[in-house]
Design a protein around this ligand. Sequence first.
Ligand SMILES: Cc1cc2nc3c(=O)[nH]c(=O)nc-3n(C[C@H](O)[C@H](O)[C@H](O)COP(=O)(O)O)c2cc1C
Length: 374
Amino acid sequence: MNPHPLTPFGLPSDNGGKDLGLFLPVANGGWILSKNKPELDGSYAYNRQCALLAEQAGMDFIMSMSKFRGYGGETKHWDSSLDPIVLMAALSEVTKKTRIVTTLHTLLQNPAVAAKMMATLQQVSGGRAGLNVVTGSYKGEFAQMGAWPEHVNHDQRYDLAYEWVRAVKALWSDESVTMHGDYVTLDDCESWPKPEQRPFLVCAGSSEIGMRLTSEEMDAIFLSGGTGAELSKNSDRAKTIAAEYGRNIRTYSMMTLVIGDSDDAAKATAQHYAAGLDEEALAGMMRAYGFLDAEIGKENDFTRKARSSFMSAQIVGSAKSVTDQVGDLLEASGTDGLMLIFDDYIKSLPIFGAEILPALRERFPDKVAAAVEG
Ligand SMILES: Cc1cc2nc3c(=O)[nH]c(=O)nc-3n(C[C@H](O)[C@H](O)[C@H](O)COP(=O)(O)O)c2cc1C
C-alpha cells in the first residue's frame, strides 16, 4: 500500500518487526485517574528505575511527555511533572541501548534552541535521541505563562509547527539558515554541533492537519483509537498521506497493560481503580480539554469512557492473555508498534520482559533476521 521504505533507525520496524516502547510516568499519577492506583510519584528516582527495567526487558524506546499544568483533584493528578529534556539527558547516561524520545512544544521553544538541545541529546545518548513534536493544545497550560497567542487557532498552531520542524531540520543539516516565515524568523542562523544522524521524529497529530504534518515530516505517528479496526483505518490513512509525499511512516498506538496472576485478578484490579475515580481530577481534565463548565459533571461519551479511570485504551488480564491480546491488536491494526503504559511499572515491567516481549518478538520477527536464520 505504501511502496516507500522506512528511514532506518536501528528499530525492529526497519525490517518489518514491531517497535515496543514505554511511556514514562513523568507526572504524578501516571495514566490512571484514581485514588486507588499504585503510588506513582512522577519522581526522577521512579523514572530512572523504569528506564533501567525497560532496557533490561529489551524495549525499543522510552518516551517522556511535556506537561506544564495538571488536573488537580484529591490526587493532584499530573500537578507535578519532570522536565523531559533534562530527564532524558540523564536517562541517556543511565541506559545504553533503548532509544530516548523526549518532547518539545513548538509553541514554547525557539527552533534554534530546540535544534541545539536535540543535537546535544544526540551526542549524550550516542545517537539514540528522538523527539516528540507537540503543538500545545490546552490554553490553561500556556496562558498561565503568557505563552498562548489568542489569534493563533488549532490549525495555525500546526502551520507554526510546519515552519518550526522544517527550521530545526535545516539547522541540523545546513551551514547557515535564513527563513522568514509567518511564525519563524532565522537570519543567517548557525547551529553547531550537527547531529551525526537526524534524531527520530514522532508526533501524535490526530486532526487532519496534525496527521498531515506528521505523515509529511516525521518518522512515526501515534494514532488515536483503541480497537484493531479503528487503528487499522488510521494507520492506513497516515501511510497513504505519507505515500503522497513519496515517503513512509511508522504507525504506533498507546496502550495501558494491567497484568494480574489471572484474568479475574487483573479485572478485579482494574475495577478497584475505577471504584476510586478522582471525580475532581476528571473535571480538571475536562476543563483543560476545553469542555465548558456547564457540561462538566454531566454524563456524556467522554465521562462514560473516563469512568474506567484509565486515560488510554487498556488490556487487562494474565500475562498469557495480555500477550495474545497485544499480538492480536498489532496484527489486526497492521501498525508498526505500541507505546505501553503500566498501572504498576515496577511490578509489571519484569513480567513484560520475561513473559510477554519474547512471545511478541517470536510472533512478529524481524524479517531480515528471520530470512538469515533460514
Ligand atoms: C502518545 C501521545 C503523546 C502526547 N504527548 C503530548 C505531550 O507531551 N504534550 C502535549 O501537550 N500533548 C501531547 N499529546 C497530544 C498530541 O500532541 C495532539 O495534540 C493530540 O493527539 C490531538 O491531535 P491534534 O493536535 O492534531 O488535534 C500527546 C498525544 C499522544 C497520543
